[in-house]
Design a protein around this ligand. Structure first.
Ligand SMILES: Nc1ccn([C@@H]2O[C@H](COP(=O)(O)OP(=O)(O)OC[C@H](O)CO)[C@@H](O)[C@H]2O)c(=O)n1
Length: 318
């Protein structure tokens, strides 16, 4: 029998709840179960809450409610429902922010919402007060880093904000299409409005966290809404400057796994530096009779993912 894990945690991505009839993705091929996604979340919470020993925390990888809510004026109510479901867990939930958070809320609103899981700020944090990037240590010699993949973005900030202007300039340099959500004809197809990237300030902070972890022989799991490895994603769903994030990770020894959402079909690769990149299947495109969540059991030398529904079991050695 397997020895007891050091700790375990839940993972879930792209719930995209809305009290709306089923629809389809932009391509018209994949069904989106907007209303049912809340029931799948509740089932996930029930399964996690029953686990013994209890989980240490849950990672919610972003896009908790769908952009449809902004159009129907139901964003606050939809978020309340999702947070109430997660609130039944007796453990902390750490939230990444995705594009659908920004279709519904400004960054300023998110900072004051239940999706702000950032602990009390200290001097080592990234400079921008509205950046959802932080780290914590759930157990000796392990660290979790939450990254904000929309720190560079035209979503979530007012046009008079300098970060918005910097992001718009970069996006327009890379994407000459009239519709900035369209990747048609792009050499770097990730440069679309529904993605974003990491500011230099965030990358510098990330580098310092990983330096500390290297020096203290810690293993690090990183999470963010957008995937950063082309073999764990289609090229359209990657973070704008995914290569910069990868360079930071690869200049250190400590990172063992990068968890992301956004690509609802999911993906996985083990990269050339031994880092596991796991992109989780999205709840929103999961039929009501299935599900898409998992529990990760952490050991000294591996993580074992027990997937439910569309998410496969996986052993990730390090
Ligand atoms: N080729 C495209 C794709 C999308 N759009 C528009 O962009 C907005 C966001 O798209 P949406 O599918 O809602 O984003 P998700 O985060 O749910 O999914 C991301 C990946 O596609 C999942 O695999 C929306 O307004 C689309 O209409 C576009 O114009 N052109």
């Amino acid at each position: 029998m397997e020895a007891a894990p050091l700790f375990s945690f839940g993972v879930i991505a792209d719930i995209q709840y809305a009290d709306a009839e089923d629809g389809y993705d932009f391509g018209g091929l994949r069904r989106r179960y907007y209303r049912q996604s809340l029931n799948l979340l509740r089932d996930a919470v029930e399964a996690w809450a029953a686990e013994r020993p209890p989980l240490a925390f849950v990672l919610q990888l972003g896009d908790s409610i769908d952009g449809l809510n902004a159009r129907s004026g139901e964003a606050e109510g939809a978020l309340e429902q999702v947070l109430a479901a997660l609130g039944r867990l007796p453990v902390p939930v750490h939230h990444a922010w995705g594009n659908h958070e920004f279709y519904n809320f400004s960054r300023a609103r998110l900072v004051r919402s239940g999706l702000n899981s950032h602990p009390a700020r200290d001097m080592a944090d990234p400079p921008a007060g509205d950046c959802q990037a932080y780290d914590f240590s759930p157990a000796a010699q392990f660290r979790i880093v939450v990254l904000d993949a929309y720190d560079l973005s035209i979503l979530g900030r007012e046009p008079d904000n300098p970060r918005y202007q910097e992001s718009l300039q970069l996006l327009q340099e890379k994407n000459p299409n009239d519709n900035l959500n369209s990747p048609t004809g792009l050499k770097e197809p990730q440069f679309v409005e529904f993605n974003g990237g990491f500011s230099q300030a965030q990358l510098d902070w990330f580098n310092e966290v990983l330096k500390f972890s290297d020096e203290n022989q810690e293993k690090v799991v990183v999470m963010g809404h957008l995937p950063i490895h082309p073999d764990a994603s289609d090229r359209v769903c990657l973070a704008w400057n995914y290569e910069d994030a990868l360079s930071v990770i690869h200049s250190h020894q400590c990172v063992v796994c990068f968890l992301a959402g956004h690509l609802h079909d999911g993906g996985y690769c083990l990269d050339s530096h031994g880092v596991h990149h796991l992109t989780l299947e999205g709840v929103i495109e999961t039929p009501p009779e299935s599900n898409a969540f998992g529990t990760i059991y952490v050991y000294e030398d591996k993580m074992i993912l027990k997937g439910r529904g569309r998410i496969s079991d996986r052993v990730m050695h390090f």
